[in-house]
Design a binder for this molecule. Structure first.
Ligand code: ZN
Length: 210
């Protein structure tokens, strides 16, 4: 039997658990009958202040964050992330400190990982609220119908705006029917879901399936 060095096993664990996420170190992984708990942290030396864009390496403090992740093998997966709070280096910035985010994994105030969030949003796009929440329970995620709808709606209001080509006007700039975005979004919404359908949910919409 070949024994592999611990470092090699850890690297493989990171590739296995976070295949598309850079700069994450897995510290440990515990499995019981119901839950997989993964302790991890960022390996980036600093972070960018969301208020002013300044780069900081000055750690103010740290804390643990427990975002729920995509289930694995029928078990609930909870990440235990060691998150650092940095001091903003820019005196004129309104934020004295800020918490780091791990791109592709966390967002401010997010209780779920980005990949669970996008999975649930995709389920919500396909099935809408009630059926989406039921489908999520099938693969081990407890979520309310209204939260499914909120995740779908959040797709229309991304945290980071897409980079626009100045030569190419967006739908918002075009004249005519498609150029009249409202508070609920434009006609070009993902999956062709109409604002009313999102707001009302499936019980009152066209596809009022149980
Ligand atoms: Zn700042």
């Amino acid at each position: 039997m070949t024994v592999q060095p611990v470092e090699e096993v850890t690297v493989r664990l990171e590739e296995l658990l976070f295949p598309s996420i850079a700069n994450v170190e897995v510290l440990s992984a515990d499995v019981d009958d119901e839950t997989v708990r993964i302790d991890a942290r960022s390996t980036v030396a600093g972070a960018i202040c969301p208020g002013c864009g300044g780069w900081s390496r000055r750690v103010h403090s740290s804390y643990l964050r427990f975002p729920v992740d995509v289930p694995s093998g029928g078990r609930r997966v909870v990440l235990c992330l060691r998150v650092r709070r940095f001091l903003c280096p820019v005196i004129s910035c309104g934020r004295r400190t800020f918490a780091e985010q791990m791109p592709g994994l966390t967002r401010r105030y997010g209780r779920r990982t980005e990949r669970l969030r996008s999975t649930l949003a995709a389920v919500g796009l396909a099935l809408a609220g009630r059926a989406g929440a039921r489908m999520a329970r099938v693969f081990g995620v407890t979520i309310s119908r209204s939260t499914v709808l909120r995740l779908v709606q959040a797709l229309l209001d991304p945290e980071v705006p897409a980079v626009r080509d100045p030569q190419r006007p967006s739908l918002r700039d075009r004249p005519g029917r498609r150029g009249k975005p409202t508070a609920g979004g434009s006609a070009a919404r993902p999956g062709g879901i109409e604002p009313g359908r999102l707001a009302r949910g499936p019980a009152h919409g066209r596809g009022g399936m149980p």
